[in-house]
Design a protein around this ligand. Structure first.
Ligand SMILES: Cc1cc2nc3c(=O)[nH]c(=O)nc-3n(C[C@H](O)[C@H](O)[C@H](O)COP(=O)(O)OP(=O)(O)OC[C@H]3O[C@@H](n4cnc5c(N)ncnc54)[C@H](O)[C@@H]3O)c2cc1C
Length: 388
């Protein structure tokens, strides 16, 4: 079997690297340590995404009918690998191109497409994902935020937590439930998705200070917020199907192993410069970390290959995500043990990797839940996995 890239794919990769080398500011490494939710990176990501849009590199994989170029899945994926390896200069906007746009194209009304896609295509809009709540993380179906039907729309009340980029977001992809007393169905069927304007009256956003970067995670409170019915995505009762589709796109969208592998290369270069590379323990541990990165790469490629061939998503996406978390942690553990000063500021790239690695097994659904999914969907073991 041939795992190499064809000349066209190689040329695509080379041109993206050249663009990054030409465009990223000299202090980019220091900027990226502040995190994708920080003021500095948000401002830069808008400028950078506008440039990508101008050069046809923001949404080339989208259908031409929606402003893309019908580019092959692998082209988009190579772009993602290079962006992640460079510390993801698209910032929060990677979500828009990976899953928000595709979900809207599949399930949105013509009016919703007209409202939301143009700013995403221009690289201007920031979205946040209002899923998790204080008592509904892994068990997402337990969410309690209510959307009570009123004339012309819904009144939303409740609280979300860990919402990335909420302080900067224009729109929230918000999950809420129609209360049983207000005519709602029960369980998952009562959930609705509301594309909520973050400037609406009654929304309060509180940043949660954290190690993973400035302005990244938040609590968001909704107090009788009016959301017009026209902003509900899909029909009442259809939300769970849409959420499933969104999470499948979200989970394979991030080529984090590329960032881990290149951060490991950088750590090895430093160990060589410090004349520590002859230590067999260090070499052995570096080789193990590299193996985790390469295993993750191959498993992710298998998922992307399935997508490129239009195969239905299967449990392999969970295997790949588990492997990506192991790669993140393997490289982070290696550097924590042998180059601990890097985490404390001696190397901004290592520090940025550390910040992402410590959250890797929790964000986008806890890694343990992936094991549940693998057990049930692949190994055929009994039991109901908590999250999708
Ligand atoms: C950096 C970061 C960014 C995030 N961004 C967002 C965002 O933008 N939007 C959003 O909605 N959410 C976001 N989240 C929240 C994230 O999706 C949740 O943290 C995650 O789903 C886990 O939920 P929880 O925190 O409630 O933990 P819990 O579900 O309470 O889990 C706690 C622990 O118990 C384990 N566990 C729980 N249930 C089971 C089970 N059935 N079997 C085995 N183990 C189990 C979990 O694996 C975990 O280790 C973010 C989280 C982080 C860390």
């Amino acid at each position: 079997m041939e795992f190499g890239w064809n000349p066209e794919e190689q040329a695509h990769r080379t041109s993206i690297r050249a663009l990054l080398a030409e465009t990223l500011p000299p202090n980019w490494e220091e900027v990226s340590v502040h995190g994708p939710g920080s003021d500095a990176q948000t401002a830069y990501s808008k400028q950078f995404c506008a440039l990508l849009a101008e050069r046809g590199l923001l949404i080339p994989h989208w259908p031409a009918a929606h402003g893309g170029e019908d580019a092959p899945v692998w082209h988009q994926f190579i772009l993602g690998e290079e962006m992640w390896a460079a510390g993801e200069p698209r910032g929060a906007q990677y979500m828009n191109v990976n899953w928000v746009g595709p979900v809207l194209m599949r399930f949105g009304s013509p009016a919703q497409l007209e409202k939301h896609l143009p700013p995403v295509r221009r690289g201007e809009s920031i979205w946040c994902q209002g899923f998790s709540e204080p008592s509904a993380g892994s068990d997402l179906a337990a969410l309690r935020t209510t959307a009570t039907p009123v004339e012309g729309g819904y009144r939303v009340s409740g609280a979300k937590i860990w919402t990335s980029y909420a302080g900067k977001a224009d729109t929230c992809f918000l999950l809420a439930r129609i209360p049983a007393g207000a005519g709602g169905a029960s369980g998952k069927a009562a959930i609705v998705i509301l594309l909520t304007d973050m400037r609406s009256e009654g929304i309060q956003v509180k940043p949660i200070p954290s190690l993973i970067g400035e302005g990244d995670i938040h609590e968001v409170f909704f107090d009788e917020v009016f959301v017009p019915a026209a902003d509900r995505l899909g029909a009442e009762g259809q939300a769970w199907e849409i959420i499933n589709f969104a999470l499948q796109n979200e989970r394979v969208g991030i080529a984090r192993y590329e960032f881990s592998a290149r951060t490991l290369d950088r750590a090895v270069a430093r160990l060589k410069a410090e004349k520590r590379w002859d230590d067999p323990v260090i070499r052995d541990r570096a080789a193990r970390a590299l193996m985790l990165c390469e295993a993750a790469r191959m498993l992710v490629y298998r998922v992307v290959d399935g997508k490129a061939r239009d195969l239905p998503p299967d449990a392999f996406a969970s295997v790949a995500r588990w492997a990506v978390v192991q790669a993140d942690n393997g490289v982070n553990d290696f550097m924590t043990e042998f180059l601990p000063d890097g985490l404390l500021g001696a190397d901004p790239v290592q520090q940025a990797h550390h910040q992402r690695a410590i959250a890797a097994g929790i964000a986008s659904g806890a890694a343990e839940i992936q094991l549940n999914l693998i057990a049930r969907r692949w190994l055929g073991l009994p039991g109901e996995p908590a999250r999708l």
